[in-house]
Design a protein around this ligand. Structure first.
Ligand code: SF4
Length: 404
């Protein structure tokens, strides 16, 4: 895979060493078992895959290149480059400003931009409406478009489904930048609808099977269907794509659910009504989730998942970890406030909160650490350093890393 130019401050000597070692031992990525750091009375299991993915490294390289190549010019990001506050703050410190926040609210007037300014498109891509706006203002963005190729792949897949007259169902979060962009690009070709989970898939099936009056559809799916959507006609032929960072098992369950329901209704002819395609999750989402499942196979007392609180792929890792043992979603090492107290994010109530006695006192203590695809390795190293500092394990971590 291509090597990107990533600022040193996001890299970590510890994590680089561990990742390189694993890559050498298993270049084809067949072994998803975690790396075990045996520190005597404390052990730390590090997931086989975590941290910057191809799309994130590509976006970071493009954003810093935009700054480097345009001294004296104003450089803007359409919205957050990726969902990691450390990276976005670093970009701001280096002179980048944001046009919109992550919800799409304008932080400045479009009219305040001039064709002399530089605009960077984030890794999630953007909507056709925004692309049009950018064109009208005469801003040159082609060179600094950091849309992830794996997101563009989803757009192409939608286009293919549209060519075969399928309505596209996007399994994703309607307010996420990537899903907004995919919705916009897809609705240019075919009727499009967003569903967020299995519950909404079940609600939708009632309209696919004409079991509910079409009028109710507009209430239930308000803000999630393309213009002119007619549930009585447009659900006759459906295909599913997804936001690249959804939970693989949920996407699979939704696709299987539609397939089974349409098989029951139409028999072996179901393929005329349902596009039986693979999910559109990206390689990083798949690798990180597979590595998390492997991590959960080890005996653990507590898990820390590091990443931005608005990061979709990170929150899905937390969802998996929570099924195993107490799991804490932390943005950075400073969330580990002391041996007793932690600040963390509750994905169910969407709030940050403080908890006490988060580290069990028994020994041996078995800890696991993983991180989302937009989290710098440097932050994971800081988390490890903080944990080691608090727990003072009987074996020095540097000695343990030397022996790897
Ligand atoms: S998580 Fe996947 S889709 Fe998102 S930026 Fe990374 S590689 Fe691209």
């Amino acid at each position: 895979m291509r090597q990107f130019d990533i600022p040193l401050r996001f890299q970590s000597p510890w994590i680089t060493k561990i990742k390189q070692k694993r890559k050498l031992q298993d270049p084809k990525k067949k072994d998803f078992a975690p790396t075990l750091l045996d520190l005597g009375d404390v052990s730390i299991a590090l997931a086989r895959h975590f941290g910057f993915c191809y799309g994130v490294e590509n976006a970071i390289e493009i954003a810093y290149t935009a700054l480097k190549e345009n001294p004296g010019k104003r450089v803007f990001l359409l919205s957050q480059l990726i969902h990691n506050p450390l990276v976005n703050a670093d970009l701001q410190e280096n002179g980048i400003s944001f046009v919109q926040d992550t919800e799409g609210n304008l932080l400045m007037n479009w009219e305040d931009l001039s064709c002399e300014d530089i605009l960077v498109i984030p890794a999630f891509g953007t909507t056709l409406e925004t692309e049009e706006k950018i064109k009208t203002l005469g801003l040159k963005t082609k060179v600094y478009d950091s849309t992830c190729p794996f997101v563009e792949k989803v757009w192409k897949k939608s286009e293919k489904l549209a060519e075969q007259n399928y309505t596209v169902i996007i399994h994703g979060k309607a307010n996420h930048e990537e899903t907004k962009a995919t919705f916009s690009h897809t609705q240019a070709y075919t009727k499009t609808l967003i569903i967020k989970d299995m519950q909404e898939a079940k609600q939708l099936l009632a309209y696919v099977l004409h079991e509910k009056p079409a009028e109710l559809f507009f209430e239930e799916f308000a803000g999630k269907y393309s213009q002119g959507f007619d549930p009585a006609i447009d659900l006759g032929k459906i295909g599913v794509v997804n936001q690249t960072t959804m939970l693989a098992e949920e996407t699979q369950a939704i696709a299987d659910f539609f397939k089974q329901s349409l098989l029951e209704k139409h028999g072996q002819n179901y393929l005329q009504y349902f596009a039986d395609t693979r999910d559109t999750l990206c390689y990083a989402t798949n690798d990180n989730q597979t590595a998390t499942y492997a991590l959960l196979e080890t005996d653990l007392d507590v898990i820390f998942v590091v990443g931005g609180y608005n990061s979709s792929n990170t929150s899905h890792l937390v969802e998996l970890c929570e099924k195993k043992c107490p799991s804490y979603f932390i943005e950075n090492a400073s969330c580990l406030q002391s041996l007793q107290s932690i600040a963390h994010y509750d994905i169910h109530h969407k709030i940050t909160k403080n908890s006490i006695d988060y580290l069990p006192t028994h020994r041996p203590l078995r800890i696991a650490v993983t991180a989302g695809a937009s989290c710098p390795d440097a932050e994971v190293e800081r988390v490890l350093r903080t944990l080691v500092d608090f727990l003072k394990p009987s074996i020095d971590i540097s000695n343990c890393l030397e022996k790897l």
